[in-house]
Write a protein that binds this ligand. Structure first.
Ligand code: SF4
Length: 589
């Protein structure tokens, strides 16, 4: 099919072998690429009940039919596996430049199994794979690893000196369940612990290079569409807001809504929010908008601290979610200090949302005398030390490195831990934004904010945050559209510009498929049913879709709470709108 290479590369790192298989058009017509294709492969090849950190767990890397084209936002790759953090389905995406290099190798997906006896880094190119020893890279941080591997590729391939490189840090090497795969220094496939799976296979880095180009169904359709979207983007308020302020703009908006998680989910607003807002960032730092490869929104903030103890510190960030996790949950009231913790997590290769949640949980544990640890809200240096201890699995950090479920059990705090399926939520309190309650509950990877990005319609007033009845159908439509984003693979910040009509044009121009929005929605539903099947196979029960009880029992200072009955209704309607039975089981399972 056009828009694809119809090739999958399978690698076994145990014996350093690989082979290439064709992908049938019928499969791509049914599921498209990215998430659709990879979920199918996981269901087919992953042994049910497999230990996520065992050699048998597949690690699948994929691009979609838009990758390598002129379509705006087509600069992401996806990673799919069974998560060591949740024990369920794992997907995670990252931007930057790597997706483009992956596309040039001429494979739609790379499926990795096995585990090397000693550390390796892989070089993937048009003809296959080279396996390189990586003992001297093991232990390096993510930035050092990326620099070194890029240098090695350039030395070895003078004709192709440039490569896209994804790496893990010490956290991934040490099996920290929320470790990330990182690229371009600051871009991460951040959630659900893909870095730990890569580390369990003893793969320190993967470099991609090549010069393959995929054939498109209609090049003119693609370039006309890209031109039209660029024109529309100039006057698009959302696009301009991302460019001017980046995701930190959400601090003000979410705090005003009373949904900014603060002091480990005890409050919905933070009195010092102005010190950690987008304005504060732009005042304390030299900030340049920074974009992934095919993007005019440039939501990234390349920020350099101007003064103080972190003067000169430079990162791309911090993103809103990192600000909420360290600023709100841990009550750190200086944006430069949040950047400092962000930098530590990036270098060690840990997800900032999970890390911030776990630190705040440990602070509560210490305050309640459940553990002996000298730490408090706002204590940056103690938090920095705990982050290092998590990555190197020392002391209480070792318990936290195994994830929130383990820490809660060890410390007798299961009734206080905030997570769904073992994944901590993002920065939107579901007691205020009730559709986010459904998002956290129904997402196959745990308390995820991205599968439907339902905070957007609820915060902008498109959907009443308090609405319960009838909300699941609206939610499902958002989720389906963004599932298609993940099969293509597109950045979801283009969600306002790419409605169903635009997705039809993208599919026609790249793949040649002439589909109605109903047809496209059917593909999305098929993919969602597959992720659900995967999870049921891994032991998912209906109660796993429920929120932590604290969201039902603890009322926020604004008086907001989401009741158990409301959550039950949301889930019941959601299952029904998906055609699942009352236990959330899809048909033909
Ligand atoms: S909007 Fe942000 S994340 Fe999305 S492609 Fe652009 S720079 Fe990357």
């Amino acid at each position: 099919m056009k828009g694809f290479f119809n090739r999958i590369l399978s690698i076994n790192v145990s014996d350093q072998s690989y082979h290439v298989d064709p992908i049938d058009d019928s499969l791509l017509e049914k599921y498209l690429g990215g998430k659709g294709l990879s979920t199918y492969l996981l269901l087919k090849h992953n042994p049910p009940g497999v230990d996520p950190l065992s050699p048998e767990n597949r690690l699948i890397l994929a691009t979609g039919p838009v990758s390598g084209t002129a379509i705006w936002g087509a600069c992401r790759y996806g990673i799919y596996t069974k998560s060591p953090q949740t024990g369920f389905y794992s997907e995670s995406y990252s931007g930057g430049t790597v997706a483009d290099y992956m596309g040039r190798t001429g494979f739609d997906a790379v499926m990795i199994q096995g585990a090397s006896e000693s550390p390796v880094w892989l070089e993937i190119f048009e003809d296959g794979v080279r396996f390189h020893p990586a003992q001297d890279l093991w232990g390096l941080d993510t930035y050092q690893t990326e620099d070194r591997v890029k240098q090695l590729v350039a030395e070895e391939n003078p004709d192709h000196p440039k490569a896209g490189v994804m790496v893990i840090g010490p956290a991934g090497e040490n099996g920290v369940t929320f470790s990330v795969v990182e690229n371009d220094y600051w871009r991460s496939a951040g959630r659900t612990g893909t870095g730990a799976v890569m580390g369990s296979k003893r793969i320190k880095a993967i470099a991609f290079w090549g010069s393959r180009k995929k054939e498109l169904a209609d090049k003119d359709v693609v370039s006309d569409f890209a031109r039209e979207i660029a024109k529309r983007g100039k006057d698009d308020a959302g696009a301009n807001a991302y460019k001017t302020m980046g995701t930190p703009m959400l601090v003000k908006i979410v705090n005003q809504a009373g949904a900014f998680p603060t002091r480990y989910w005890q409050k919905g607003s933070y009195e010092n929010w102005e010190k950690i807002s987008a304005d504060a960032l732009h005042e304390c730092c030299e900030v340049k908008p920074h974009a992934c490869l095919k993007c005019f929104m440039a939501c990234g903030r390349l920020s350099t601290v101007k003064a103080g103890r972190h003067a000169g510190l430079r990162i791309e960030g911090p993103e809103y979610e990192t600000i909420y996790a360290f600023g709100g949950l841990c009550e750190i009231d200086r944006i430069e200090e949040i950047m400092y913790l962000n930098d530590i997590c990036d270098r060690l290769g840990m997800d900032t949302i999970s890390a911030g949640n776990l630190v705040a949980f440990a602070i509560e544990a210490a305050k309640q005398g459940k553990i002996q640890l000298k730490i408090d809200y706002g204590d940056v240096d103690a938090i920095a030390k705990l982050l290092e201890d998590m990555a190197y699995r020392k002391g209480q950090g070792d318990i936290l490195s195994r994830g929130i479920k383990t820490a809660a059990m060890e410390w007798g705090m299961e009734d206080q831990a905030i997570h769904v399926k073992g994944l901590e939520p993002a920065g939107y309190d579901p007691r205020v934004l009730k559709g986010m309650g459904l998002a956290y509950g129904s997402s196959d990877r745990g308390a995820c904010h991205l599968r439907a990005t339902f905070y957007k319609p609820e915060l902008s007033g498109i959907v009443d945050p308090d609405q319960i009845n009838g909300k699941a159908a609206i939610f499902r439509e958002w989720e389906d559209r963004l599932t298609i984003f993940d099969t293509l693979i597109l950045c979801r910040f283009y969600r306002d510009l790419y409605q169903w009509e635009e997705l039809e044009v993208i599919l026609k121009g790249t793949t040649g498929l002439k589909l109605s929005d109903g047809d496209i929605q059917t593909i999305a539903a098929n993919v969602t049913n597959n992720t659900r099947r995967f999870n049921i196979q891994e032991g998912l029960h209906p109660e796993d879709d429920y929120l932590p009880r604290r969201f039902h029992r603890e009322v926020l200072e604004s008086g907001k709470v989401i009741t158990e009955a409301e959550m039950k209704t949301l889930l019941k309607e959601y299952y029904r709108s998906r055609g699942w039975n009352e236990d959330g089981i899809p048909p033909d399972f």
